[in-house]
Each structure stands twice: as structure tokens, then as C-alpha cells.
Design a protein. Structure first.
Length: 376
């Protein structure tokens, strides 16, 4: 594939994963409640990090009945901290100031670990469905075996989802794909802006002229930490080879988790990414968020492929106001193609009325995910 005006870009939202047991954003709070009930059955010593993180997150959600998504909860935590700082009217970092910042950081980390664990725990049920819609989608955009032919496909896939269903479906769609010799996120497979050499992961630009799969908010199964300095990073990415039990998920959490130099899930909540992108645009370098170098890199590449796309198709994305304004302004506004297809079983046109830059370019397609049809 040449990165030219012949390429297609597919943008996947939470609606693509609903039939596999994953909740849309507005259902995540209720799903975390159910997940907590499952985790309560596991002895504390076998779930010593997931259970406290999940309990703390669910308790916060119960205290804020007006909050119905994990993204809103995370934004509220930071907003409350910023409001307190403004009311305090002092930048002196005394004990109270530092304690408030530490508490907010712990709450955000707990929310990420809870989300990370739940998405991994739901994979077992999802795999049993055989992921028919994801596999049909992959066959339509990448073709059939051998898997190496997918490298030349005339498309890119961008996703806002934390789940790993696309990766799982990719591995199962190509029986000859060997995870041992070809890391799924590496440049010779999904080309997800990572490279794997000498046992270590590093962020690299996606190989140009090739299919790429970019996770715009990070992923379950990914970890990141600072490495000998403010800018250097270490990454650990688990291949989605098989489903894991709750005990195995717990055991996969790095021992040094949390704190300024510890591992964190490589997940970026929308408000975090938006604030970080403002820093990047102003300074030309990534913010201090530990995940920022990766997230900035994939958003930059995503904007480039959208600028060169002949067609853009947004599938299962609701254009929720918490994130859609930035998605439109920073991604869709880069698209120069005449046609942008919104493929969603739910009519989301009212969520798009305020975006003048999209008027006259939108087609709406109610076809369920898994089928790529011409919009009527």
C-alpha cells in the first residue's frame, strides 16, 4: 500500500465490541459493579491489587451518581483537584497540597487498573463467540491468507477501544501467523507504532506505505514506566495469545506498579490525552504523562493517514461530547476526502450537527459492524 489518496481509514468505537460482551462507555460503570462481584469471590491474597483498585473505583462512582462513565469519573477527579487548587489560591507545595495530588493520582491509577483488568477478564467470553464480526471485518479489509498479504492492504485502522478484540481476531483469522516470531504489535505485523528488538519494546513511527493498526487511547495488556530520566520510557506489551483467569491477570501486574517511577497501564483517559495534546502543540514535545510519547506518536500518524485517505469510515463511535470535539478537530478535520461514512446502528446525527467542517461530507450507514457496504 502506498500512503496515498487511494488508502482507506477505518475508525472503530466501542459499539464494535458490544456484541462480544464489552460495554459502551455509558455502561462501563455498571459493568465495573458486576466485575467487583466476580472479584469478591477471589481470595484477597490472589487479587491483592485488582480488588483494592476496583473497590476504590466503584465506591467513587457510587458517590457520584451523576457520573456514568469511567472517562467522566477520571475527568471529575482531576477537575475537583484543580478546583481545590484555585480556591486555595496558593502554589506552595505543602503537605496538604502534595497529599491532594497524591490522592488524585492514586484514584486515576486505580481506575485504570480496574478498567485494564476488566477488559482482560472479558476476553474469555469474547473468544468463545469466535468474534464473527471482527473476523468478517478483517477479511473484508485485509483479504485472506497468507497473513503477510495484509501488509499491503490499502487501509489503516484506528481505534478508541481499550479491548484487544481486533488483535485476537487477526491472530485467529490467519492460522499461519506465529506470535512467537512476529509480535502482533510489531512493525512486521499490525505496525502499531512499536518495535520489538532484543527483548525490549520501543516506540517507533509506523512503517510507511503499510497497513497499520493504531490504538488512540492505549490498550489493556500494555504497561509503561519511566526509565532513568523524565523522557526515557520502558514498555511491556502482552501478546493476546490466550484468555487469562483473574488470578493470572493479577499475576501479570508488574510488582513495581504505581508511583513516580513504577509501571502504569498504558491507558490514556480522554481528558488526559486532550490536556497532554495541548502541551504537545504548545511546546512541540510530549507532556510529563508517562504514556504521552506513544499516544502523541499515534495521533500524529493518524492525522497523516486521514489527510491522505480516499475514504474514511467511522464505525460504532457515538461521538460522545467528552471526546468527540477533539476527535473531530484533531483527526476528522484532517481528512480531505469528499466522503466520510458514519456506520452505526444508532442514529448519531444529532451529535454531529455542531461540526460545520463536516457538513456536506457525511453519509450515514446503519449496517452493523462487520459488513462494509455502500452508504445509502
Amino acid at each position: 500500500m502506498s500512503q496515498s489518496a487511494e488508502s482507506r481509514v477505518f475508525i472503530l468505537g466501542a459499539g464494535c465490541s458490544v456484541e462480544c460482551g464489552y460495554p459502551p462507555g455509558t455502561g462501563l460503570a455498571a459493568e465495573l459493579e458486576k466485575f467487583l462481584q466476580e472479584v469478591q469471590e477471589i481470595p484477597d491474597e490472589k487479587c491483592s491489587r485488582i480488588k483494592p483498585s476496583l473497590t476504590a473505583t466503584v465506591e467513587l462512582l457510587r458517590e457520584m451518581p451523576e457520573v456514568d462513565t469511567i472517562d467522566q469519573l477520571a475527568a471529575r477527579i482531576d477537575q475537583d483537584l484543580n478546583d481545590w487548587k484555585r480556591q486555595r489560591d496558593s502554589r506552595i507545595a505543602d503537605a496538604e497540597y502534595l497529599n491532594k495530588e497524591e490522592l488524585a493520582a492514586k484514584q486515576i491509577l486505580a481506575a485504570k487498573i480496574a478498567t485494564w483488568a476488566m477488559f482482560l477478564a472479558r476476553e474469555d467470553k469474547a473468544r468463545k463467540t469466535r468474534l464473527p464480526r471482527y473476523r468478517d471485518f478483517i477479511t473484508q479489509i485485509l483479504g485472506g491468507p497468507p497473513w503477510t498479504a495484509a501488509r499491503e492492504a490499502d487501509c489503516c485502522v484506528l481505534t478508541f477501544n481499550y479491548d484487544r478484540l481486533f488483535e485476537i481476531a487477526f491472530s485467529e483469522s490467519f492460522p499461519t501467523f506465529d506470535l512467537r516470531n512476529h509480535p502482533v504489535y510489531g512493525s512486521d505485523a499490525l505496525n502499531s507504532s512499536f518495535d520489538h528488538k532484543f527483548g525490549e519494546w520501543s516506540v517507533v513511527p509506523p512503517t510507511p506505505g503499510r497497513f497499520c493498526f493504531l490504538k488512540l487511547h492505549g490498550s489493556a495488556g500494555w504497561w509503561v514506566k519511566r526509565d532513568h530520566g523524565r523522557r526515557a520510557r520502558q514498555y511491556w506489551l502482552a501478546d493476546p495469545a490466550e484468555a487469562m483467569s483473574l488470578e493470572q491477570i493479577e499475576a501479570s501486574i508488574p510488582k513495581n506498579c504505581g508511583g513516580p517511577l513504577g509501571w502504569e497501564p498504558l491507558l490514556a483517559f480522554p481528558h488526559e490525552r486532550q490536556e497532554s495534546q495541548e502541551v504537545f502543540n504548545a511546546r512541540g514535545e510530549s507532556s510529563d504523562h508517562v504514556w504521552a510519547p506513544y499516544i502523541d506518536a499515534v495521533w500524529q500518524h493518524a492525522a497523516r493517514v486521514l489527510a491522505n485517505a480516499a475514504e474514511v469510515r467511522v464505525i460504532g463511535y457515538s461521538f460522545n461530547p467528552i471526546d468527540s470535539r477533539y476527535m473531530v478537530n484533531e483527526l476528522l478535520s484532517e481528512a480531505t476526502c469528499e466522503r466520510i461514512v458514519i456506520q452505526n446502528k444508532v442514529d448519531v446525527r444529532t451529535n454531529l450537527e455542531s461540526y460545520r467542517q463536516l457538513r456536506g461530507r457525511l453519509d450515514f450507514d446503519p449496517t452493523p459492524f462487520g459488513t462494509i457496504s455502500r452508504a445509502s
